[in-house]
Design a binder for this molecule. Structure first.
Ligand SMILES: [Zn+2]
Length: 499
């Protein structure tokens, strides 16, 4: 029996490869793989065995991949299947096989080729107590899992030589992560309000929507949010890397500690955004797990694609169902969205160059559904930066390192109090942790009335106020914190104004 693992979302359930030889006409049957995968795998395994100067048994060969009902993409099982055949025919010693788990696609000349999803398999294998043998190109990725021995091989022949005790395999070591180099806030001139909102967003994990004309620096600001977030923890980084590993985009082991920043184009399909396909692969929202997802030109996005965002924005996971199979991917991303104030982009600009009618502007903004807006805690305007602020000798902004120090302190308060960030407090936790004094309660009640805040929005305002107080190191939310939080409900004010 040879151990390997399938790939289901970011999980890696165990698969056993059992091989039986019997009399009868020579033929090879593989049970538990889809038809097309069987044919291809059979040809590769046979060619690789012959190329390594072993005999391919001229008997009836039955290969069983158990459990049968797991979805299995074929090529990763080539190596375990080949070893199973060699052991069953007495060409290698079967006794040592159960100590290992094997992964790898075989080339026709017996060379081992890298496969997707090795990190989730290695993380699961480290709990089984077995050692891992993987293709050389998968070694660095497998070693990230830690807590298990990872051996790498270039070919089937190398694996067989090592299992027979002739020549040990190379071991893979965990790569030390390169320091991430994200863009710095020091490059942002002016934009005091936006800088502050970005700091609040980073501190409490709040989603952010920026509205402003073209060239006002929305993208510049969005790319800088990652640099304001604390470094990912080891377990967060492993989750992020596991998603990259199964995505088919590949994983760079040298950068495995970096929080992701994803900025898909608005023409991206719903599948590209949230995930899908067969077997299911993660979309942009999962590739942005524990990092930042930037959606520019929000009203231009396919409405259906945005609707699908609502669930993961609440729960931090997305379930992808396809052809009766479903896979769950983590998607706890921080959303930064951006839009122009109107179709031409210049509504509200002092130059007066916007000629869009009121109704046109209203329709444009209505393209973003209320329930989606409701889930975004911070709404801010990004005006054009004035010429003096853009001069090359204008003072540089505060650096990301310095802002991040405040963000980290504010997050410590949150973790000590609730064990989580303010943005993900439940309703009852909000009532418990975001208490207002009498003055604050009166202010909030007036705001709920004037701005016609939904209950959901009201709780969001309270959580943002909590974050602002945490940034100030204050145990209680004061009126100034609440007022600032209310200033980030731009859309509520607008809608109330129109009503
Ligand atoms: Zn306009």
């Amino acid at each position: 029996m040879v151990h390997s693992r399938a790939r289901v979302g970011v999980a890696a359930p165990p698969v056993c490869v059992e091989v039986h030889l019997s009399g009868g006409l020579p033929a090879t049957h593989i049970v538990g793989l889809p038809e097309a995968a069987v044919r291809e795998s059979r040809d590769r395994v046979r060619a690789a065995i012959l190329c390594a100067n072993f005999d391919y048994p001229a008997r009836r060969i039955t290969i069983n991949l158990a459990p049968a009902d797991l979805p299995k993409d074929g090529s990763r099982f080539d190596l375990p299947i080949a070893l199973g055949i060699l052991a069953a025919s007495g060409q290698i010693d079967a006794a040592v096989l159960p100590e290992y788990e094997f992964f790898g696609e075989l080339g026709l000349a017996g060379e081992l080729r890298a496969v997707d999803g090795i990190l989730p398999a290695a993380l699961a294998a480290s709990n089984s107590g077995r050692k891992l043998i993987v293709p050389a190109d998968n070694g660095a990725e497998a070693a990230l899992a830690g807590g298990l021995q990872v051996f790498t091989a270039e070919s089937l022949l190398e694996v067989c030589a090592a299992l027979c005790g002739n020549r040990p395999l190379a071991t893979a070591e965990k790569v030390i992560s390169e320091r991430s180099m994200s863009p710095d806030m020091a490059d942002v001139r002016g934009q005091a309000n936006a800088r502050r909102a970005l700091e609040v967003a980073a501190a409490g994990g709040h989603h952010l929507l920026m509205t402003g004309p073209p060239g006002s620096g929305k993208t510049l600001l969005a790319t800088r949010l990652v640099g304001l977030l604390p470094d990912a923890s080891e377990s967060e980084a492993l989750q992020v890397a596991a998603i990259a590993s199964v995505s088919g985009h590949g994983l760079n082991p040298a950068q495995w500690r970096q929080r992701p920043y994803r900025s898909p184009h608005h023409t991206a399909s719903a599948v590209a955004l949230v995930g899908g396909g067969s077997p299911p692969r993660p979309g942009e929202i999962s590739l942005a797990h524990h990092g930042v997802l930037f959606l520019d030109e929000l009203p231009e996005w396919n409405r259906h694609a945005l609707e699908v965002l609502r669930e993961p924005l609440e729960s931090g996971v997305v379930t992808i169902s396809r052809a009766g199979r479903s896979a769950e991917f983590p998607a706890a991303f921080q959303l930064v969205a951006a839009m122009n104030p109107c179709p031409c982009g210049w509504a509200g600009d002092p130059s007066g160059r916007c000629l869009c009618g009121r109704e046109t502007v209203r329709r444009y903004r209505a393209r973003i559904s209320g329930p989606l807006l409701d889930r975004i805690d911070l709404h801010i305007d990004i005006p054009r930066v004035s010429a003096p602020e853009l001069r090359s000798d204008a003072p540089a902004g505060e650096s990301s390192d310095s802002i991040r120090a405040r963000v980290e302190r504010a997050r410590l308060h949150q973790h000590a109090r609730a064990g989580k960030l303010n943005a993900v407090l439940s309703q009852s936790e909000t009532l418990r942790d975001c208490r207002l004094d009498i003055e604050g309660q009166n202010l909030l009640e007036r705001a709920v009335e004037c701005l016609q805040l939904s209950a959901r929005s009201m709780y969001r305002v309270m959580r943002v106020a909590r974050t602002i107080a945490d940034l100030a190191g204050e145990p209680n939310i004061r009126t100034m914190h609440l007022s600032e939080a209310l200033s980030y409900r731009r859309f509520d004010r607008q809608q109330a104004g129109e009503a």
